[in-house]
Ligand binder design. Structure first.
Ligand code: ADP
Ligand code: GN1
Ligand code: MG
Length: 362
């Protein structure tokens, strides 16, 4: 789809005049652009309102989270202007809102591009894993004292049993006639079904506690500084809402431990690298270790397997439903993504005792 960027950018209070915009990043949901004016670089995003049905409430969360983090570093801002890079600076529309609706009803937001940092789809070193996980752990820590409860932008986002139920419904409907092809994947997913409610049950029993979490901690959702290698800023705040810390840690294990991308075709390349897990765990605990209880810590390794399988279930559901949720770029893309998740979950499963031993020792 082509967009009228001049009209969209005219809706925002920008520094300088619009020059150009280009597609950016590898996200599966929104349309993201890097946008240049004569004086500044921005990120411009068109929110997928088929998925985020109440985008105003989403932006309300977004602004609350950014202001809270900005408040935490207010004292430092005087002496260290660079600390502005640590939170997203939202650009207001000309009518003062943190978003702009175009003539076609498209819902847009804009924030300042953070220079001198980048994201990685596949992490290269344990140092990067530590830095990224520390950024997400500190993000949870920063938000632990935020007043009020955020809006739920997608209900039951990490409710794994409900994700399984959605898969079963898609299987029954089988609108594209793809069910027969995915028998081995279904087999592994169903074999593990007893485990899907462990976190939900732990919360109901009062052992695990709802907190404000990011819920989409794909490791390309944290900016890593080009020079220092430190985590600079957590981004992609659409799903920041009440959740369990395990959702965030689990997704880091999913996206940060395998040397292969999420849609790798050669499954022999997919697997959990223990040294990356260790770096993620140490990094995450450097922030989140300050508030997690022993049972919460104990379940961190398991969350890696659970969230990996949960996203696998979602990719498979979308494949069966005819690829209506995640953007795809080739045939069977969602099936390929599901297969890498399953291979990775099996690799995590095989190493779980060692992962738990390490966690207990920290
Ligand atoms: P998506 O929903 O498309 O994943 P993101 O908010 O994650 O959207 O942005 C996509 C990519 O754009 C990120 O992975 C990152 O590389 C880059 N990006 C996003 N926000 C910024 C920013 N403020 N500064 C620099 N790069 C950014
Ligand atoms: C989506 O938007 P993006 O690409 O960061 C998805 C996540 C999945 C991820 C899988 C709102 O994230 O939940 O884990 O794809 N976001 C939404 O790569 O569904
Ligand atoms: Mg993203």
């Amino acid at each position: 789809m082509e967009f009228d960027f001049r009209a969209v950018t005219a809706g925002f209070v920008l520094d300088g005049d619009f020059v150009s915009a280009e597609r950016y990043g590898t996200g599966h949901i929104n349309d993201t652009f890097k946008m240049y004016t004569t004086r500044q670089t921005y990120i411009l995003q068109r929110i997928n309102t088929a998925i985020f049905k109440e985008p105003e409430k989403l932006m309300d969360n977004f602004v609350r989270v950014c202001s809270h983090i900005e408040g935490k570093i207010a004292a430092e801002k005087q002496s260290n202007p660079a600390c502005r890079r640590r939170f997203l600076q939202v650009v207001r529309s000309k009518s003062g809102e943190p978003f702009f609706r175009d003539a076609d009803g498209g819902f847009w937001r804009c924030y300042v591009y953070v220079d001198g940092a980048r994201t990685y789809d596949v992490l290269e070193t344990p140092q990067q894993a530590y830095a990224a996980a520390a950024a997400f752990g500190n993000f949870q820590l920063d938000l632990a004292d935020m007043p009020g409860r955020l809006n739920e932008t997608i209900a039951d986002f990490h409710h794994t049993p409900k994700r399984l139920a959605a898969l079963e419904a898609a299987l029954k409907a089988d609108v594209k006639g793809r069910a027969a092809e995915v028998a081995p994947e279904l087999d592994y997913i169903f074999k593990n079904r007893e485990e899907y409610s462990i976190l939900i049950d732990g919360m109901e029993r009062g052992e695990l506690f709802e907190r404000t979490t990011h819920n989409d901690t794909k490791l390309n959702n944290v900016l890593i500084d080009d020079e220092t290698g430190e985590g600079v800023c957590v981004i992609d705040l659409d799903t920041v809402m009440p959740g369990l810390p395990h959702y965030d840690f689990g997704d880091m294990v999913r996206t940060g431990t395998s040397p292969a991308p999420e849609d790798e075709l050669d499954l022999s390349k997919v697997g959990m690298r223990f040294e990356m897990f260790e770096a993620l765990l140490r990094g995450f605990l450097s922030g989140a270790g300050k508030f997690l209880n022993p049972r919460e810590k104990e379940l961190l390794p398991f969350s890696g397997k659970l969230i990996t399988l949960e996203i696998g279930i979602r990719f498979l559901t979308d494949y069966l439903a005819g690829d209506v949720y995640f953007k795809i770029h080739r045939e069977k893309h969602n099936l390929d993504r599901c297969r890498t998740q399953i291979k990775l979950a099996q690799s995590i499963e095989a190493q779980l005792p060692e992962m738990q031993k390490l966690t207990a020792s920290l």
